[in-house]
Write a protein that binds this ligand. Structure first.
Ligand code: HEM
Length: 456
């Protein structure tokens, strides 16, 4: 059994273990995750012990200094793959997220370049085109739900950039099945199927898990068909082409299963997250009209349709709005869990080997010492002060920091700028919206209902 002991030389505050029984903590975190993270932070501070679902005892941390210690520790001391098995049914065993050690490092090196620097600038026309293609269907006077519309944009973007897929039958089928599969997790409670392996049973075809498995099978068939075809084609600029041409140290190419798992990883990690962030941004700029007006003023100072993408992505207020959106309701509440491979000192505590450490992105972003009035949406805070990467971490950090961070921010800013400079929208949900669970991500309740007032 794992126990914690205090380091007597520095006299730190001991991490407290919540006295609530495991089942109660689990029910509370599943049903009211944000409220309970706030409550635990108030009760126990920024480092405490928690027992959740079927997971072993874990340290929950939201202290920037502690997070820095963790994220800058030797990555060999931290294992993530075995702690992220919740995603295995979606992503398979060969996903970057489930890898560790040298294999993880090699694969990251391979996948990183297309998501960075000048390479992402090359996607700007595609992102603007897809945004216009989707939003051209919006009609003045009609309403729409932002999340699925933003998902339509971000999924099309990822299918084109990662798979190199042009529109056609397979593209449409992948898009439809993927959306159906993700909709399995529309109900916050459906996460129990991912959390508890014992519930992952295909008892009847219409059971939630049965439906999930059948959709996964259909999706796999389409992805494998695409991989087989592409092995015999000339290589393009997309990420599948890059993976197809990669060779390991023995000169061997990636197998079909390895390719499928990485493609699924980028499909899942890379589109719904960005779509949710965009839906929230649309909510906030209309919920606080003064923010929307200030942003529009900034956007009107350039010609969004023809401006160099860097001019758009470097706009200070646009950046502040996107940052504050990702701060107040991070799409992912926790960084991937880190399991200690050796004893470790963290904030003066001696943590034993085998202990899982989970960084609470949400709690860090809601610490009033870092962000005064943390429940208020105030983009100006990002203009007044620079936050460190251990204070503002919507994309996690250390050696597992989100692979698509630069890409996601680039896409978020371009899509938002394109929409706001072409449409005048009205928020129909003029109420505080809650952030609710959708599988392993968190999304605005109801998806954000908007109405098109005018088209420019
Ligand atoms: C707003 C959008 C996004 C958010 C909020 C987000 C958030 C995150 C977070 C919190 C992590 C865990 C990092 C950690 O544990 O330290 C992560 C990992 C990851 N993300 Fe994202 N992400 C987004 C978009 C994307 C995109 C566009 C892609 C690209 C295809 C992507 C691919 C990945 C991958 C592959 C990992 C695993 C990295 C590893 O294990 O080394 N994400 N993301």
């Amino acid at each position: 059994m794992i126990t914690l002991k205090q380091n007597s030389s520095t006299q730190p505050k001991l991490p407290i273990e919540s006295p609530e029984p495991q089942w109660l903590q689990t029910v509370r975190i599943i049903l009211q995750p944000l409220e309970n993270l706030d409550r635990y932070q108030q009760l126990y501070g920024d480092i405490y012990l928690s027992r959740f679902a079927a997971f072993p005892l874990q340290v929950i941390i939201s202290n920037p200094k502690g997070i820095q210690e963790l994220f800058t520790a030797d990555s060999k001391l931290l294992e993530t793959g075995s702690g992220s098995q919740i995603m295995q049914p979606l992503l398979g065993d060969n996903s970057l997220i489930l890898m560790d050690g040298d294999r993880h490092l090699q694969q990251r090196k391979l996948l990183m370049p297309p998501f960075h620097g000048d390479r992402i600038k090359a996607y700007s026309n595609l992102i603007r085109e897809i945004t216009e293609q989707v939003t051209n269907k919006w009609k003045v006077g009609e309403s729409f739900v932002a999340r699925p519309q933003m998902q339509d944009i971000s999924l099309k973007v990822i299918l084109r950039t990662v798979f190199g897929l042009q529109e056609g039958e397979r593209y449409a089928q992948i898009q439809q099945i993927l959306i159906e599969m993700l909709n399995t997790f529309n109900e916050p409670l459906s996460v129990v199927f991912l959390l508890f392996k014992s519930l992952q049973r295909d008892l009847v075809p219409w059971s939630p898990w049965g439906k999930f498995l059948r959709r996964r099978q259909q999706l796999d068939k389409l992805i494998y068909a695409e991989i087989r075809e592409r092995r015999h084609q000339t290589q393009g600029e997309d990420i599948l082409s890059l993976l197809l041409s990669a060779r390991d140290e023995h000169g061997q190419p990636m197998s079909d299963v390895e390719l499928r798992d990485e493609l699924m990883t980028m499909l899942f990690a890379g589109h719904e997250t960005t779509a949710i962030a965009l839906a929230w941004a649309l909510y906030w700029v209309h919920y606080h009209p003064e923010v929307g007006e200030k942003l529009l003023q900034e956007l009107n100072s350039i010609d969004v349709s023809s401006a160099d993408p860097t001019t758009i992505t470097q706009l200070p207020y646009l950046n502040a709005v996107c940052s504050e959106t990702l701060r107040i309701y991070p799409v992912v509440l926790f960084a991937l869990p880190r399991i200690l491979q050796a004893p470790m000192q963290l904030m003066g505590y001696d943590l034993p080997k085998g202990m899982t450490v989970s960084v609470s992105i949400y709690s860090t972003h809601h610490n009033p010492d870092i962000y005064p009035e943390p429940k208020c949406f105030r983009p100006e805070r990002f203009l007044e002060r620079q936050f460190s990467q251990y204070e503002f971490l919507p994309f996690g950090g250390g050696n597992r920091r989100c692979l698509g961070m630069a890409f996601a921010l680039f896409e978020m800013k371009l899509v938002l700028a394109t929409i706001l400079s072409h449409y005048s929208l009205e928020l129909l949900d003029k109420v505080p919206l809650k952030s609710v669970r959708r599988g392993i991500v968190f999304t605005p309740s109801g998806g954000v209902n908007l109405k098109v007032k005018d088209k420019f």
